[in-house]
Design a protein around this ligand. Structure first.
Ligand code: BES
Ligand code: MN
Ligand code: ZN
Length: 509
């Protein structure tokens, strides 16, 4: 789907144009200027339609009027703007996504969004408003259709072009560029998570990451020999049952100004769990439990997508993304429950459940990241536990942190970006639960507090002076229903928006 901006004057008074025209209506049915003009030109068709239905301009609601007499548009969509006080970037994105989702398969080929803010003081207007409308429309237009053959034509969206009307086209284009970069990162992450696991092996993931070097990222791919040399036995143990090779991929973006102080030069490190398929290993999952486990690389996808977004918008930050790519399979060479592995950190781990594999992968990747880069902070993302879904469902990601400032920043960035996170406690009481009878720790606790125990495990691989946060994204990396306008389809691409927001707000000074 194509997106562009046009000066409001070119579109005229909203009377002459083709395709769908989208105009805003504030709370209580207060028409914006464009809505009022279209209403007048149609001899009051819009107000009559409003009078007959339940549409009152509430945020998130729409009303469609087909083929209104007196207008050249094939339909007019009234979009509820809600109250001025709540008219935020997030609401604007939701609005554009809702409308785009409705029109995508409607038969319409073009849509024009001519949205003015509701009356009263609003947090967003002008060029930013136009850019965020475009962002919402773009995120809603995502499809993963690469494996449809027979019905490709039926599934093809009809909507080919969305035009956002704005007073200042040049300013809108400028405001859109960084958001476009973020959308590109989200789409990449969604593609990676949606891709079936026969196609997206660790090696194929690494190849796709490597291809990002054309955006100015420095990308290295470690093979098993290199990882063995480094002592990454915890990670390698997870992958050893698979016929496919494991990899660690390092993506670097060095965008900080050359004059930056030492603190600004140390990179922000993003670490991702990349289990390309999680069968559970010898602690095999059930058939139903295995479904969707192609998405167990959602953390790695979020890191990769964020690195692309940073590069594409030329962020003034040094950042490094490190992802551990493995496939967790049973087989004659698979890791056994009861095995003991020595991690890169030197700490030994008794592997009592091969399905608690993500923490084994992260143990080595986290250690490698800290020793090699001495990062300013480390944020890891992982579809780590079913337990976090029991607690938070699909609304929030779980946040664990050893630093109050980073935790507060992530909570705020998540709220603002529409990817909220909820902080969980940590502490010695939980740490006790991973005491092993024969090694430094075991990889599972008891039946309680599974997500916290997993975080405690990771913390054992975080140096005392490392500022660290862990995001358990098992509940938010994908979804079963298609009901959220900004995240259509299965994979959500969760994480790029919150991480980008965090970095833009605090690490690009
Ligand atoms: N990848 C899973 C966690 C998961 C489950 C993500 C469902 C998304 C949906 C992880 O590797 C896992 O299997 N965790 C186990 C840990 C347990 C064995 C301690 C779990 O949560 O059941
Ligand atoms: Mn598992
Ligand atoms: Zn897993």
């Amino acid at each position: 789907m194509q997106l562009n901006f046009a000066a409001t004057s070119q579109i005229g008074s909203g009377l002459a144009g083709s395709g769908a025209l989208v105009v805003g209506v504030g709370e209580g049915g207060a028409m914006t200027q464009s809505a009022a003009r279209a209403d007048k030109a149609s001899g009051g068709a819009l107000s009559r339609a409003m009078g007959q239905g339940r549409f009152t301009g509430k945020s998130g609601t729409t009303l469609e009027i087909l083929a209104p007499a007196g207008l050249t548009w094939s339909r007019v969509v009234l979009a509820g703007l809600g109250a001025a006080a709540d008219f935020t970037a997030g609401r604007v994105e939701q609005l554009a996504a809702t409308v785009t989702g409705k029109l995508l398969d409607s038969g319409e080929r073009t849509a024009t969004l001519q949205i003015e803010p509701p009356g009263g003081a609003t947090a967003i207007r002008g060029a930013r408003l136009a850019a965020h409308l475009a962002f919402g429309a773009r995120l809603a237009s995502y499809r993963f259709d690469s494996y449809r053959r027979k019905s490709a034509q039926e599934h093809k969206p009809s909507l080919e072009k969305v035009t956002v009307a704005t007073g200042d086209r040049v300013a809108a284009e400028r405001a859109w560029q960084p958001l476009k970069a973020v959308a590109d990162g989200v789409f990449l992450a969604r593609d990676l998570v949606n891709e079936p696991p026969n196609v997206l092996s660790p090696t194929e993931f690494a190849r796709r990451a490597k291809a990002l070097s054309r955006h100015g990222l420095k990308v290295e791919v470690l093979d098993e020999a290199a990882m063995k040399k480094l002592g990454m036995n915890a990670l390698l143990g997870v992958g050893q049952g698979s016929a496919r090779e494991s990899h660690v991929v390092v993506l670097q973006w060095n965008g900080a100004k050359s004059g930056a102080k030492a603190k600004g030069r140390a990179p922000v490190a993003l670490v991702g769990k990349g289990v390309c398929f999680d069968s559970g290993g010898l602690s095999l999952k059930t058939g139903a439990g295995m479904m969707g486990m192609k998405g167990d690389m959602g953390g790695a996808a979020a890191v990769t997508g964020t690195m692309l977004a940073l590069a594409a918008r030329k962020a003034r930050v040094n950042a490094v993304g490190v992802i551990g790519l493995v496939e967790n399979m049973p087989g004659s060479n698979a890791q056994r429950p009861d095995d003991v592995v020595e991690s890169m950190s030197g700490q030994t781990i008794e592997v009592l459940n091969t399905d608690a594999e993500g923490r084994l992968v992260l143990a080595d990747v986290l250690w490698y990241t800290q020793t090699r880069f001495a990062p300013r902070c480390v944020i890891d993302l992982a579809t780590l536990t079913g337990s976090i879904m029991a607690s938070l469902g699909r609304e929030y990601a779980g946040l664990f942190a050893n630093d109050e400032t980073l935790a507060a920043r992530l909570i705020a960035a998540g709220e603002e970006a529409g990817e909220p996170v909820w902080r969980f406690p940590m502490g010695a009481g939980y740490d006790k639960l991973i005491k092993s009878k024969i090694a430094d720790m075991k990889n599972i606790g008891g039946p309680l507090a599974g997500a916290i125990v997993a975080a405690q495990f990771l913390k054992r691989f975080i140096a005392d002076d490392t500022v660290w946060a862990h995001l358990d994204i098992a509940g938010v990396a994908w979804q079963d229903s298609d009901s959220r306008p900004l995240t259509p389809g299965w994979a959500t691409g969760w994480g790029i928006r919150v991480l980008n927001r965090l970095i833009a707000a605090h690490y690009e000074k």
